[in-house]
Design a protein around this ligand. Structure first.
Ligand code: ADP
Ligand code: MG
Ligand code: MG
Length: 336
């Protein structure tokens, strides 16, 4: 017979959110396994809906709002999207603009909105400048606007040329919501893996859930670190997920809103937090902050556990995370 553990692991792979989402639950008895399967069916629908709602381009809700924005109209934030809009704009403010949900036009200029066709060379500076100018003119935050009847609503704009893009925070938010759904269904031992965003809950039978973090440079090693989150999220942002190379330089999808170009100085940032939405936005913000400023940005965001790979391959981690990771990699870990 197979390893008993394998038959007690219920798994589901879903192609959604621009990646593969893997749901795993540890369930010993058949009744619980059936309950898990039913919950996974619901989660599949939940994620498919989420995907259409939050896609920056195309026919979904955000895609249509963006079409209105680009045309120079202001938009009303739909009620069901308000929590993530508010969170994203709050983190925008706290991060001093390093995390910027208004970055969509720049993402498009660099071609990272289209996974199938990456550019072969950087875009003309004039296109970058146009997108930066739109950002400079645009409101920094949501505004209150009159809703139907007495109610106040949140609005954004006018901000001609601006495209909202929640790509650096939406996966974390989706994972938080899936986690809540599974807990509400009475499932207590699970892992949600959405590409660079992993959340665990409970245990995998007689041991903890264990996560391997990929090394940003496979030629150095496959594995960067092993972490055992404890009902927490481990979120990684790196320059190795979506990029192209031109004349020996790497151009990747995490953009610095200050100059409109791929952020320099780091290869990867991992953040561990009970709050998946925060961990996602923070890993992106710390990446943009770079080697000299990531600690300060983490402090402002209330993120205590981070692991950094610098451009030269050096590793740094905060003390609380350093104590919890296994590192097979060669360079010594600098605890900061
Ligand atoms: P991944 O999408 O690979 O998980 P991130 O969470 O770091 O990585 O998000 C990167 C995505 O977020 C980009 O593809 C882009 O859509 C958007 N983005 C890029 N730069 C920024 C930024 N400075 N602030 C907010 N979002 C950004
Ligand atoms: Mg992110
Ligand atoms: Mg991510």
């Amino acid at each position: 017979p197979q390893d008993a553990r394998e038959t007690e692991l219920v798994e589901r792979n879903l192609p959604v959110l621009g990646t593969w989402v893997t749901l795993s639950a540890y369930a010993e008895d058949p009744a619980l396994q059936t309950r898990v399967q039913r919950a996974f069916d619901q989660v599949a629908q939940q994620l498919a809906d989420f995907d259409t709602r939050w896609r920056a381009f195309g026919d979904g809700t955000l895609g249509r709002l963006n079409a209105e924005l680009v045309a120079g109209d202001s938009i009303r934030v739909p009620q069901d999207m308000l929590p993530l809009f508010r969170r994203a704009f709050e983190i925008h403010r706290i991060s001093g603009g390093l995390f910027d949900p208004r970055i969509g036009a720049l993402v498009r200029v660099w071609g990272f909105d289209d996974e199938a066709h990456y550019r072969e060379s950087p875009p003309p500076q004039a296109e970058i400048d146009t997108a930066l100018a739109a950002l400079r003119e645009a409101p920094e935050s949501l505004q209150a606007c009159p809703g139907s009847g007495e109610a106040e609503q949140d609005c954004y704009g006018p901000a001609p040329g601006v495209v909202l893009d929640f790509g650096a925070i939406a996966k974390g938010y989706a994972v938080d919501q899936v986690g809540e759904r599974l807990l509400a269904a009475g499932i207590e031992n699970f892992m949600i893996n959405a590409g660079g965003n992993v959340r665990t809950q409970g245990r995998r039978g007689d041991r903890a859930w264990r996560i391997a973090v990929r090394h940003p440079r496979p030629e150095i090693g496959r594995l960067l670190a092993i972490v055992e989150p404890d009902n927490e999220n481990l979120v990684t942002s790196g320059d190795y997920e979506r990029y192209f190379e031109y004349q020996g330089r790497r151009y990747h999808h995490i953009l610095d809103p200050r100059d409109g170009r791929p952020a320099q100085g780091l290869q990867a940032v991992s953040v561990l937090s009970a709050d998946g939405t925060l961990a996602d936005a923070a890993s992106t913000a710390l990446f943009v902050a770079g080697p000299g400023h990531w600690r300060d940005t983490a402090r402002k965001l209330g993120v205590g556990q981070s692991l950094i790979v610098k451009a030269d391959g050096a590793l740094q981690a905060t003390q609380t995370l350093a104590a919890r990771i296994t590192l097979p990699a060669k360079p010594p870990l600098e605890v900061v």
